[in-house]
Design a protein around this ligand. Structure first.
Ligand SMILES: [Fe+2]
Length: 256
C-alpha cells in the first residue's frame, strides 16, 4: 500500500466516524446524508428586508405622499415573499408536493417580481436629474437601437400610457447588444429571459393615483422620465455589458 493509499484510507475512516456520530446506526435517517443536507438548506429560506436606501425623496412631479403609499405596497411584497418561502420550505421539508405546494409555487413569481421591480423602480428615481448626455454610452446605444433618445422616449412614453396595469422596462439584450422596450403584465408576465433591465417604470394605478387620480397616467409618465437617475441607468448598462453571461455569449458568437 502506498503512502497516498494509506492517507485516503485514514481520511475515509475519519469520515465514517463523523457520519456515525451524526447519524448513529440505531436511528439512521431514511435518506442519505447528501439528501438530508439539501432538506436542511431548503428549510432555511433567505429572509428579505425592505431596502430603505432606495427610497426616493424630493422628486419633481411625484409627491412624498405618493411615494409613501407606494412604499407601503413594496414592503408588502417583501413580507409576502418571506411568508411564501417559509410555507414552501415547510411543505418541501415534509415532502408534500400537492395542490397547496403547486399553487404557492405559481404565486411566488408575482410576489418576487413585485418586490424586485419595485426596488429597481425606486432606485431609479432621484431628485435634481439632468437630461441624458449625448456622450453617454446609453445615449449612443439608444441611437443604434431606436434612432436616438427622443425616439426611444416617444415609444417608452406611449407604452406607459397603454391601457392595463403593469410595467414598462427598457431592457438590454446581451445576444444582440441592443436595447428594447417591453410591456410587463402585472409583475411577472412578459420579461424576456436573460435580458438586463436598464430603466424600470411602474404603471400600476397605485403609482400615480394619490397625485393625479385615475386619469393621471400621462402626466405621471412624463414626471417619471424627468426623475430618471441617468448615471445609474448608465452604470446598469455597463454592468450588463460586462457581465459573465454577456462575455461568454460574445465569445461563443465570435468563435462560431
Ligand atoms: Fe407599484
Amino acid at each position: 500500500m502506498t503512502e497516498s493509499d494509506e492517507a485516503k484510507k485514514a481520511a475515509d475512516a475519519k469520515l465514517d466516524e463523523a457520519l456515525e456520530e451524526s447519524f448513529p446506526a440505531s436511528d439512521a435517517p431514511a435518506v442519505t446524508p447528501a439528501v438530508e443536507i439539501k432538506r436542511q438548506e431548503v428549510n432555511m429560506p433567505y429572509k428579505y428586508q425592505a431596502r430603505p436606501e432606495l427610497r426616493p425623496m424630493r422628486l419633481t412631479g411625484i409627491s412624498e405622499q405618493q411615494i409613501a403609499q407606494h412604499w407601503t405596497l413594496y414592503e408588502g411584497y417583501v413580507k409576502n415573499v418571506n411568508a411564501l418561502n417559509e410555507k414552501l420550505a415547510a411543505l418541501t421539508g415534509k415532502g408534500d408536493f400537492g395542490l397547496e405546494f403547486a399553487e404557492l409555487k405559481r404565486r411566488i413569481g408575482f410576489e418576487y417580481d413585485g418586490m424586485i421591480l419595485h426596488e429597481h423602480y425606486f432606485g431609479m428615481l432621484k431628485s435634481g436629474q439632468k437630461p441624458l448626455g449625448d456622450d453617454a454610452e446609453l445615449s449612443k446605444l439608444m441611437k443604434d437601437s431606436f434612432g436616438g433618445y427622443r425616439k426611444w422616449r416617444e415609444e417608452f412614453s406611449a407604452m406607459g400610457k397603454m391601457r392595463g396595469v403593469g410595467w414598462v422596462i427598457l431592457y438590454y439584450d446581451a445576444r444582440t447588444g441592443a436595447l428594447t422596450n417591453h410591456w410587463i403584465n402585472l409583475h411577472e408576465d412578459g420579461h424576456p429571459a436573460g435580458f438586463a433591465p436598464i430603466v424600470v417604470m411602474d404603471v400600476w394605478e397605485h403609482a400615480y393615483m394619490v397625485d393625479a387620480g385615475v386619469t393621471g397616467r400621462p402626466s405621471y409618465v412624463e414626471a417619471f422620465l424627468e426623475n430618471v437617475d441617468w448615471p445609474k441607468a448608465e452604470k446598469m448598462l455597463g454592468d450588463a455589458r460586462g457581465s459573465k453571461m454577456t462575455r461568454e455569449l460574445h465569445e461563443s458568437q465570435s468563435s462560431a
